[in-house]
Design a binder for this molecule. Sequence first.
Ligand SMILES: Cc1cc2nc3c(=O)[nH]c(=O)nc-3n(C[C@H](O)[C@H](O)[C@H](O)COP(=O)(O)OP(=O)(O)OC[C@H]3O[C@@H](n4cnc5c(N)ncnc54)[C@H](O)[C@@H]3O)c2cc1C
Length: 358
Amino acid sequence: MTTEQAQLPNPHRVVIVGAGFGGLEATFRLAGAPVAITLVDRRNHHLFQPLLYQVATASLATSEIAWPIRYLLRDRAEVTTLFATVNGVDAANKRVLLDDGDTLPYDTLILATGAFHAYFGHDEWEPFAPGLKTLEDATTLRRRILVAFERAERETDPARRAALLTFVIVGAGPTGVELAGTIAELARDTLPPDFRNIDTQHARVVLIEAGPRVLAGFADDLSAYAQRSLESLGVEVVLGKPVTECSADGVMYGGEQLAAKTLIWAAGVRASPAAEWLNAPADRAGRLQVNPDLTVPGHPDIFAIGDTVAIADTDGKPVPGIAPAAKQQGRYVADTIKARLRGETLPPFHYKNSGSLA
Ligand SMILES: Cc1cc2nc3c(=O)[nH]c(=O)nc-3n(C[C@H](O)[C@H](O)[C@H](O)COP(=O)(O)OP(=O)(O)OC[C@H]3O[C@@H](n4cnc5c(N)ncnc54)[C@H](O)[C@@H]3O)c2cc1C
């Protein structure tokens, strides 16, 4: 913050909820603007979610993919970082509601609360098939995967040992594909010399997908290439078979039961409840349907960005729920706020597609 900004009597108050890719980028981009920012997150760290699978498979340490939000913004005196959970918005009185009863007044609000994994109405499967969204999820999965090998080393019953050495990943999007490939590499290349009673190369890694191909968001030839690469690592790819049951004993799919002690859910996401907070229109995944300038319909002072929104680009195609899209939206909203403070208006948001990677 410049000395002039610090001395502003009533700076424009911007509250940003969520310090993920979108919220943090908006905060960075507002540097130098005549605003006072409150950045709220229920976690104290910004998380690089694309590398969570490497923590889950013991290739990276947690500290390599997470950074304290406070530390990232320590040189920005106009930014106040709050560790708190938002559970509503009182738009009539321009206040954000926190779950401990506190409220935060705003002039402009940015909702950047992301998405979470969803079990298509089967939340009871979560304890058996955890998803991968947070640092805690990654360390839980890492523990389960490594402990399964440890238990298999001491197990004498062949059926129980086989179940311990069977790893099932549900959902063959980028996360499922990355996890399946990395667990296969762990079993095939990394672990064999460490064990005496089991051959970890005989571990089964089964990737189950309800749709007809892996990486459905990619071109057909890339899907086929990814499937061949997985199979060359020893991953069993099962397509066109929705999972109908997850339990402590394994999974049921296509009418068959597969005994497995480690299940991982990578099959679906649901948006944060931002749309519910504002009673705003949402799609089937709960994503808030924003205006072309990323404002919430009926609330020109509230923006929503990233995985918690659904928006079509100028060509009519949906903007994907990926980090670059959230960052571009964060920058666009920051630029819009700066333009408004100058009395100007920007053209609608346009997504620049630089490609996808898995
Ligand atoms: C395992 C995994 C792998 C991925 N791989 C890739 C990839 O390879 N490439 C890619 O581009 N994208 C990838 N993505 C998607 C990418 O991470 C998201 O698109 C991106 O994080 C969206 O940014 P966001 O700002 O909308 O939400 P997020 O980055 O999820 O940030 C949301 C923030 O809001 C906070 N929050 C949520 N609710 C509240 C609340 N009620 N109160 C306070 N704070 C709250 C959260 O703690 C979080 O910090 C991956 C995602 C996952 C889960």
